[in-house]
Design a protein around this ligand. Sequence first.
Ligand SMILES: CC(C)(COP(=O)(O)OP(=O)(O)OC[C@H]1O[C@@H](n2cnc3c(N)ncnc32)[C@H](O)[C@@H]1OP(=O)(O)O)[C@@H](O)C(=O)NCCC(=O)NCCS
Length: 196
Amino acid sequence: MRPPLLHGEMMRLRPMVAGDADRLWESLHDPEGMRLSGTTARFTRTQIDEWAATVGDREGRYDWAITPGAVRDGELVSDEMIGEIVLNELDDVSRSANLRLQMLPDYRGRGYGREAIEQVLTFAFLGVPDDPGPRLHRVGLDVLSINPRAKALYASLGFVEEGRLREVYRDGGTWADAIVMSVLEDEFRDHQGRAG
Ligand SMILES: CC(C)(COP(=O)(O)OP(=O)(O)OC[C@H]1O[C@@H](n2cnc3c(N)ncnc32)[C@H](O)[C@@H]1OP(=O)(O)O)[C@@H](O)C(=O)NCCC(=O)NCCS
């Protein structure tokens, strides 16, 4: 589905395009990111090129590239992808979806992830002026037990822990749990109200 442009204070979200393939490829070769997100699938460069070129229009999902929001002389300083954020597994009947995101290594811990999630949840639950959005009831995600910083970020944005898939992930010589979290539309509204 064609995602709308979304603007935060420090970043902008735009549909992913063919030109993002280099950055996606980089992201798939980032050992920390792969470990913390539990990504084990391997892709060829051809698959990534095709994915980047077509994902912006695929049904049942919205794929955004996160780009810096800095403006100089009325123009964006850069349109380069610095991370990605995805709403996938969209279900029209239950009005639910899954969220995932990953920042490129140089752009972590600077507040981009928090802002990207806030923008996507606003679109997902409430819509934006030019696009009513999917009007979701629930947005869920999985976060690994080896990733407490990401879990704390999600909790601070209103996500609630629902349970665990125990020892579902192999982390080197040990096992890790996947923690299932979600935020419901009313919880998000309450959180928005408290935040601002
Ligand atoms: C998890 C992730 C998407 C968060 O995005 P981010 O832009 O780094 O997060 P923010 O800068 O908005 O930080 C949010 C909070 O988490 C902390 N944090 C989260 N991940 C961090 C990281 N890798 N390095 C440093 N700080 C991190 C920040 O200090 C901040 O805490 P605060 O608001 O109390 O100061 C990003 O760090 C990332 O891509 N990590 C690697 C892959 C991953 O874990 N993906 C998520 C799988 S569920």
